[in-house]
Design a binder for this molecule. Structure first.
Ligand SMILES: Nc1ncnc2c1ncn2[C@@H]1O[C@H](COP(=O)(O)O)[C@@H](OP(=O)(O)O)[C@H]1O
Ligand SMILES: [Mg+2]
Length: 268
């Protein structure tokens, strides 16, 4: 069984940073883009980060299975403790290709369907978010480390909404029309969830598809920072059923007593 403690968290942070360095080597030069079977793009950077992360996690935790976006076929299922590593080696591949810096390395430890440790690293801006149940949530920007927590939205105030830069939806437009005062920020990758975690956004409605690996690590950061990531039925997004790779639509929110789920019930 993989324990969670400060040294394990530090090791996962090191792995995510080094994977980010490998990604940035590709970012700095020309690279080829190929279409995967599902038509999503793949670059050499995804493959390099994947190989590195898998070999390092195996060294850290030899018997804990790994589910990575780039090699779903070799996942052997959760272990007898209902644990596995859930990895998106490069989230925001479209942003990577556009070279706008909004992409991340994501590593989560799942235990009984819940992400109990999560590390998100954005190498182009050198920002790392990291959290584990019982150990707090933090942001490391360059040499500065700060504890992070969500903000509390009060109805009637300007609502800071964050959404995908590359994958929109009609339902999002309907939702925004209902918020008299809002500010919409577009952002690629799991960085949207991290903005909720550090209190820079109030809500991230994801009314379109994502996969388990897109959300797990950053959901841990949001939850430990005091926020929620819930389905449109109000249940926390879960990771216990790996036969179903796609997440349901979800809402990520900070603190406050607004019934966000109720606001969406007739939209979607
Ligand atoms: N039609 C679709 N089916 C499944 N996942 C999708 C999808 N469209 C977008 N995504 C997911 O959304 C992620 C990008 O999120 P965003 O739009 O918020 O930046 C992608 O991650 P990758 O870049 O790792 O492929 C991909 O997993
Ligand atoms: Mg992804």
């Amino acid at each position: 069984m993989q324990e969670v403690n400060e040294s394990v968290l530090a090791e996962v942070e090191r792995i995510a940073r080094k994977a980010g360095d490998l990604i940035m080597e590709v970012y700095a030069r020309d690279f080829a883009v190929v279409d995967k079977d599902d038509k999503s793009p793949l670059t050499e950077a995804d493959a390099r980060a994947h190989s590195f992360i898998v070999s390092e996690l195996k060294a850290l935790s030899p018997v804990t299975p790994i589910l990575s976006e780039e090699d779903v076929g070799s996942f052997t299922g959760q272990d007898k403790y209902y644990q596995y590593w859930l990895v998106d080696p490069l989230d925001g591949t479209k942003e990577f290709i556009k070279r706008n810096g909004e992409f991340t390395v994501n590593i989560a430890l799942i235990d009984s369907g819940k992400a109990i440790l999560g590390v998100v690293y954005a190498p182009a801006i050198d920002v790392l978010y990291s959290a584990a149940q019982g150990f707090g949530a933090k942001k490391v920007e360059g040499n500065e480390t700060a504890s992070i927590s969500v903000s509390s939205y009060v109805q009637g105030e300007l609502c800071r909404v964050v959404g995908s830069r590359s994958h929109g939806s009609d339902a999002m437009g309907t939702f925004l029309q209902r918020l008299p005062q809002h500010q919409m920020v577009a952002m690629g990758s799991s960085l949207k969830l991290c903005l909720i975690a550090e209190g820079k956004a109030d809500i991230y409605p994801r009314l379109g598809p994502t996969s388990l690996w897109d959300t797990a690590a950053a959901q841990c950061v949001v939850e430990v920072a005091g926020g929620k990531v819930v389905t449109l039925a109000g249940e926390p997004l879960g990771y216990g059923n790996t036969s179903k790779i796609l997440n349901p639509y979800f809402l990520a929110t900070g603190a406050g007593d607004i019934d966000w789920v109720g606001m969406f019930s007739d939209i979607v």
